[in-house]
Design a protein around this ligand. Structure first.
Ligand code: GAL
Length: 958
């Protein structure tokens, strides 16, 4: 094996790792996708292997046009499996392409351009290509090998070994491809090519572009649990609970097999609580669904406060041998939407205090490491939010696992409203892939569709809802409607729960007209604010944070929630939005490039709206906060509007120790004071039953003196995957954040890497990559990631002119991370598609060619197998026309035959470059001289009667 060309991914992971780890990964024994410390990953044991394919890719930005095919031979070949042209061809020279790791949002690397699309955040999009070369060991032969891509934006075309294996029509659904029939085992490279069309758009927000979610190879036995084939969401029946477990079994075993399914339910303490079993028979290339329901009397419930998870382990057996195993996390909880009383979880009323989110974050666009995703969801928990709407598309698989663990409810949403086959497949995928997550309470089939008030829209939803209910009869179907609610035939009649986008004025009228129909606000608010700003300045694209500004179709945070909070029949609402997101800078345009809607900014730093919602939503702890900051030089003596946000009974405000009065706490409108400005300390005291229980302070700060770095977590896993945001604070001499400081900050890092930067300013045109970023109103953010295979310390330093620099250290814990699919470090020129001549009594001329239109005189022949023995002594020629990579054309190379059987002479463009007289199978290496352009390689066999011969192994140029 030529190891030097091998294993870029594994090699990188292994740089500082123990040898046993390397060998384990090489031999493919490291089967489980290791968990990062914070984020649970899918777990698989037994014969199943899950291998990350995030490393070892080569990337080209821009499109590469396909060559125009003019002659007959190429036109004929173009129509065949295993043959593709241009950059889709296995033989394409990608030597100069940039190495990249996934997840990769190439659009996030683009500089803003006024000419680019406003909704997508003024980042040029376009096309891109990704290529990698996989190696499958002989021992992989006979396994079922699936490629899983969690998300490619926007559209994608995928080739494997020259065969077009998939066209993907959404950047939000996973693409799973059975590669098994196309694989070449051993040393031949397996070419995987993805062409991305990110010029196309599916949304009106920033969507990123490229292979922006994880990619993996899953190796299973031929008879295995189908991808997303387990359905295990528990239901309560009477006093007890049933897990109506069904398992789809797929087989490509080439024979009928008797299969036994066993299932176990494991409790949170690791004890097995009950078991299920079923048997069946599955024939080749068929699929059966086995059912093994399990009962349990008194499970611990999954709730927002205590999101207890159980585990269902499903195993398939044939003749006592384990063939596949999968663990699925589940949660026991009931849910119900009541038309009068709203939503009930475990028979307790829960008002949905929700936010809509898009998936991107500052610095990294849509390529969000799990550690950062977890930070975002934790921030939402702190907000007091209990529900998330996946607007307007499926999120990364880790999102749902985290919501299960953190206790967040999810309204999952389909992207494309269309019941025709390609799009219906996306909806089916959504439900199959997510149905076991206890966090999910609603399936939304669309957002704001112009056909919502028509008969056609109604008919379309009927069909889509039917597909959803077939796959999951337990959760209601909804649609987010921004109109059409009162037409004679409309979508509200086809869904279980009606989603209102805005239109609070119609809540009562609709409820009156449809008293039996549960409803909620699927989207509301759309208020504008800029973090840390308290004066609206339309010229400068700044929106005050006092919660006064909203889109004409929306309302302020306070007004929108009041409409919902005061009506029991509205099950709750989803604020547009939890976080600012790239794109849709409404109400502004250039240079504004990210949104103003967030309760938090693009970095997850809180705006005033954060405290407003805490005051509205948090019941289990005191909330008390003051806006604005208290730096108003030049405004001495002038009244400053002060907003106090509290969930307490009473609040008192004091300036420099002097009381400014006491008010009854107002959780809906917030408390307001007009305070003549005087620098110093503004203090709020919150009271319950007359007793002070909370205090909040804002102080006039001195000038900026220093920087401070605040890590989100003290540790990172040294797997090259784990990442976290570090908050950068600009502070005065007493360590207080200076609320208007905007210095340019430079960063240096050791023992890790910076993968993105941000500051939450929606008008900033600074790049989000690199090593510098200005602060915005006292804050900035750096997202750091470990290097693969490392341990020790990550050190981030920050410096700015005139300020005391800061350092942050993060412990890097040794963690090999997942096992990786072996890939070749660079593409290997492989000679695979040969033609073989008829038997000839005399040697054939190595320069002789076939007519362009002659497809049949010589047969197609793929290296890797032997040719049939003749009954007499003959000559046979195998020939191939190649165009070696530019480097090989220039300098020549080594033509390596892994295994030749038979005596041969080898010619390059008619020149003899080597020969072998023995007939026994053996490797052969020959110098290939430099030559410009195409070359014809011919192998002339001299074959004895009864002797098999051929190019048994891979043929490559090294
Ligand atoms: C809604 C839409 C959202 C977002 C929002 C801005 O109509 O559903 O995606 O565009 O408006 O206010």
């Amino acid at each position: 094996m030529h190891r030097r060309h091998f294993l870029m991914g594994t090699g990188a992971a292994v740089a500082a790792a123990p040898l046993s780890g390397l060998l384990g990964q090489l031999a493919g024994t490291g089967s489980a996708l290791a968990s990062s410390p914070k984020v649970p990953m899918a777990v698989a044991r037994g014969p199943r292997q899950i291998l990350s394919l995030n490393r070892g890719w080569r990337f080209h930005e821009g499109d590469i046009p396909f060559p125009e095919l003019l002659n007959h031979e190429e036109t004929y070949e173009n129509a065949k499996a295993g043959i593709s042209f241009g950059a889709a061809s296995p033989a394409y020279d990608d030597t100069g392409w940039a190495p990249v790791e996934l997840p990769h949002d190439f659009v996030s690397f683009q500089r803003h351009s006024e000419k680019a699309n406003v909704s997508q955040g003024y980042r040029p999009r376009g096309y891109a290509w990704y290529r990698t070369t996989l190696r499958f060991d002989e021992s992989d032969r006979g396994r079922h090998i699936e490629l899983q891509l969690d998300g490619i934006s926007t559209y994608a075309t995928i080739w494997f070994n020259g065969t077009l294996v998939r066209r993907s029509w959404s950047g939000y659904s996973a693409v799973n491809i059975d590669l098994t029939p196309f694989i070449t085992y051993g040393n031949a490279g397996n070419s995987l090519v993805v062409r991305v069309d990110a010029q196309s758009m599916e949304g009106w927000w920033y969507e990123g572009g490229g292979i922006y979610r994880n990619v993996r190879i899953v190796k299973r036995a031929p008879m295995h649990i189908a991808t997303d084939g387990v359905s295990a969401h528990p239901v309560k029946r009477g006093d007890g609970w049933t897990i109506p477990l069904t398992v789809q079994v797929n087989s490509s075993a080439k024979r009928t097999m008797l299969v036994r399914l066993t299932a176990e339910l494991t409790g949170p303490d690791g004890k097995i609580l009950t078991r299920g079993e079923a048997t069946g028979s599955v024939s080749d290339f068929d699929s059966i669904t086995l059912s093994a329901p399990m009962q349990i009397a008194n499970p611990q419930l999954w709730s927002l406060e205590t999101p207890t998870l159980y585990k269902v382990t499903t195993r398939l057996w044939e003749n006592g041998a384990l063939t596949d195993e999968l663990e699925t996390e589940i949660g026991f909880r009931t849910q119900r939407f009541d038309a009068e009383k709203g939503f009930f979880l475990n028979d307790r009323p829960v008002k949905l205090k929700g936010v809509c989110i898009h998936q991107d974050h500052a610095g990294v666009g849509t390529a969000i490491p799990d550690g950062l995703l977890e930070f975002r969801l934790r921030r939402l928990k702190e907000l007091g939010c209990n529900a998330i709407r996946c607007s307007h598309n499926a999120q990364d698989p880790a999102f749902y696992r985290l919501c299960d663990r953190l206790g967040l409810l999810v309204m999952d949403e389909n992207r494309c409203f269309n019941p025709s086959p390609d799009q219906m497949a996306q909806l089916e995928w959504l439900v199959r892939a997510h149905r076991n997550h206890p966090s999910i309470i609603l399936w939304s089939v669309f957002n704001e569709e112009p056909m919502q008030g028509t008969e056609a829209g109604y008919e379309m939803v009927l069909r889509m809802a039917d597909v959803v209910r077939e796959l999951d009869p337990t959760r209601p179907v909804t649609a987010a409607m921004n109109g059409g609610l009162f037409t004679q035939t409309n979508v509200s009649q086809a869904v279980d729960v009606v989603g209102f986008n805005y239109q609070p004025k119609d809540y009562d009228a609709f409820h009156k007209a449809n008293p039996a129909k549960p409803m909620l606000s699927s989207e509301d608010t759309s208020a504008f604010s800029t973090r840390g700003e308290f004066v609206t300045d339309k010229e400068r694209h700044i929106a005050s944070s006092y919660d006064d500004e909203a889109a004409p179709w929306g309302a302020t945070h306070r007004k929108a929630w009041k409409e919902i909070a005061t009506r029991d029949f509205v099950a709750g609402g989803f604020v547009w939005t939890g976080f600012d997101y790239h794109g849709e800078p409404t109400p502004h345009t250039w240079p504004s490039n990210s949104s103003f809607f967030g309760i938090m900014d693009l970095c997850g730093f809180e705006k005033t709206a954060f405290h407003i919602h805490q005051a509205q939503w948090v019941d289990d702890r005191p909330v008390l906060a003051i806006a604005p900051h208290w730096n108003w030089p030049g405004k001495e003596g002038q009244p400053i509007r002060v907003m106090v946000m509290t969930n307490l009974e009473e609040v008192e405000l004091r300036l420099n120790g002097k009381s400014l009065g006491r008010q009854k706490g107002d959780r809906l409108e917030m408390n307001g004071f007009l305070v003549p400005y005087q620098p110093g300390r503004l203090e709020a005291l919150g009271f319950t039953a007359g007793m002070p229980v909370a205090r909040a302070i804002v102080e006039t700060t001195g000038p900026a003196k220093a920087l401070r770095l605040v890590a989100d977590r003290p540790q990172l896993a040294g797997d090259g995957i784990d990442a976290q945001p570090i908050r950068v604070e600009v502070v005065d001499g007493q360590g207080r954040v200076v609320p208007d400081a905007k210095p340019m900050i430079r960063f240096t890092i050791e023992g890790g890497r910076i993968i993105g930067l941000g500051n939450g300013d929606p008008n900033s045109l600074e790049p989000e990559k690199g090593d510098r970023r200005s602060a915005f109103n006292g804050l900035a953010q750096v997202i750091v990631q470990s290097h693969p295979g490392t341990s020790g310390t990550l050190r981030l330093s920050a410096e700015a002119d005139g300020l005391k620099p800061a350092k942050s250290t993060i412990a890097i814990k040794p963690d090999l991370g997942p096992a990786y699919q072996p890939v070749f470090e660079r593409n290997i020129f492989t000679l695979g598609r040969w033609r073989v001549s008829p038997w000839s009594a005399t040697p054939l001329d190595p320069t002789a060619g076939l007519a362009d239109n002659d497809m049949n005189s010589w047969s197609p022949y793929r290296s890797g197998s032997l040719l049939p023995a003749p009954d007499r002594a003959v000559y046979v020629m195998c020939a191939i026309t190649i165009e070696p990579y530019a480097g090989i054309q220039r300098a020549g190379g080594t033509l390596v035959f892994d295994k030749v059987t038979g005596a041969v002479e080898v010619f390059a463009n008619g020149r003899r470059i080597g020969a072998r007289t023995e007939a026994a199978a053996a490797p052969l290496s020959l110098d290939l001289p430099p030559a410009t352009g195409k070359q014809k390689i011919a192998v002339l066999f001299r074959v004895q009667p009864g002797q098999q011969y051929g190019l048994e192994g891979a043929v490559r140029i090294l």
